[in-house]
Design a protein around this ligand. Structure first.
Ligand code: ZN
Ligand code: ZN
Length: 408
């Protein structure tokens, strides 16, 4: 019964569930926070960078959705990749609020003439023709930025799109729709041979025409990413009219539009990880397939399967251990379970445990460690609350390797 083979503690990049090799569409979250970046510890687990997503089509075309501070991390990643020379990307900017453009001057690939970018955004009534080009120039004007825009040597073209437009980029059909947000915002739908992703950040429910437009954008999508900045209570009272949505409004739209997976996005800067955990828990009570966007999260979609991996946010000191533990929680199918296991790898931050059950990703586990102390005769168990960040099925025969972080 006891597992015999141990696995490396390092995070794995391979998908944790078996899916067909090709074609897949891959979505990586580089920034998930709304309004302003956060750096306080209480928000580390979900992440503090403002919106930026990387969508890779089955054919390998890279699409970038929004240019928040997460864009800087994506830039570092692209520069360090072996194939970094000659990056070509299609960049979709939903609107011009700070949190969606502030990463632009810090995106290193823009400073290399071997790279090439195609930018898509709308003509703002406040900025006029070439709105996004003007944003670039304004962001880098003196005295706001030390480097002149002439240093940005990567060739870039600016394409104006509007709500209702439909066009193709290599590997994806794109549809743009207006969303309900102060000074306007576009939502984008990407249809690829491996599945459909709808990206609808920054929108508030309550405008019948634009609510319909949101449902059209999301219709039947495999992944629907929706603004969930406020709680339903805030949205009904103090935050009404601020241009944002809630998990409840997102779940309702997802249901009406026949969406397969809903991703809560654009988290409020004041929402701590614990608050996010409870928001996700509530949302799952209304709509089964809900995920809360987390920095570093990778969603791989292909052949109707969705694989989700959340890498650890920070690396911590790890130790091999041998604690007996009793674990209880809920399985992927929603069944309560309780079982005994041995914790063989542990840090002050989290642990890797092997279970017969497969708990739901982003769910809570109660972990009770028997006699963790060194004192002889001490019988009081240590009770910890864990949060599932990684699932590796079939690492050992009939057992699932489960990565958790301790939240209490
Ligand atoms: Zn925003
Ligand atoms: Zn906005």
């Amino acid at each position: 019964m006891s597992p015999t083979k141990s696995i490396a503690a390092e995070p794995k990049t391979k998908p944790s569930r078996k899916i067909a090799p090709e074609p897949v569409v891959k979505l990586r979250f580089w920034g998930v926070r709304g309004s302003t970046p956060t750096v306080d510890k209480a928000t580390w687990r979900y992440g503090g960078n403002t919106p930026c997503l990387e969508l890779t089509t089955p054919g390998g075309t890279r699409l970038i959705l929004d240019c928040g501070t997460g864009l800087r991390m994506l830039g570092r990643h692209l520069e360090s990749a072996p194939e970094s020379r000659g990056v070509e990307s299609y960049v979709f900017v939903t609107h011009y609020h700070w949190d969606h453009i502030q990463g632009i001057p810090f995106f290193a690939p823009l400073y290399s003439e071997q790279n090439r970018f195609h930018f898509y955004s709308f003509r703002s009534e406040y900025l006029g023709r070439d709105s996004l080009k003007r944003v670039f120039e304004a962001q880098m004007a003196h005295p706001y930025f030390p480097v002149d825009i002439s240093a940005m040597s990567a060739p870039r073209e600016f394409i104006e799109v509007s709500g209702g437009d439909q066009f193709d980029v290599p590997g994806a059909r794109v549809t743009a729709r207006w969303l309900h947000h102060p000074q306007g915002c576009l939502g984008f739908r990407f249809e690829t041979p491996a599945g459909t992703v709808a990206y609808a950040t920054d929108n508030e429910p309550g405008n019948p025409k634009l609510d319909q437009s949101l449902r059209e954008l999301a219709a039947g999508a495999d992944i629907f990413i929706n603004d969930a900045q406020f709680t339903p209570e805030q949205l009904a009272t103090t935050r009404k009219g601020w241009g944002h949505s809630s998990w409840l409004a997102g779940a309702k739209t997802a249901e009406e539009a026949g969406v397969k997976n809903l991703v809560l996005f654009h988290h409020d800067p004041d929402s701590t990880d614990k608050m996010m955990d409870s928001i996700l828990r509530e949302a799952r009570g209304k709509f089964a397939h809900v995920w809360a966007a987390a920095e570093g999260m990778v969603m791989t979609l292909g052949q109707g399967n969705l694989d989700v991996v959340i890498p650890p946010v920070r690396e911590w000191l790890r130790r091999e251990t041998h604690f007996r533990a009793r674990v209880s929680g809920f399985t992927d199918a929603g069944q309560a379970f309780e079982e005994e296991t041995v914790i063989r790898d542990m840090s002050l931050h989290g642990a890797l445990i092997y279970l017969d059950h497969s708990p739901k990703l982003q769910s809570e586990l109660q972990v009770q460690l028997d006699n963790p102390g060194i004192e002889e005769g001490s019988n009081s168990p240590l009770r910890l609350r864990g949060y599932v960040v990684r699932i590796d099925p079939e690492v050992e025969k009939d057992r699932t390797a489960v990565g958790i972080v301790f939240t209490e």
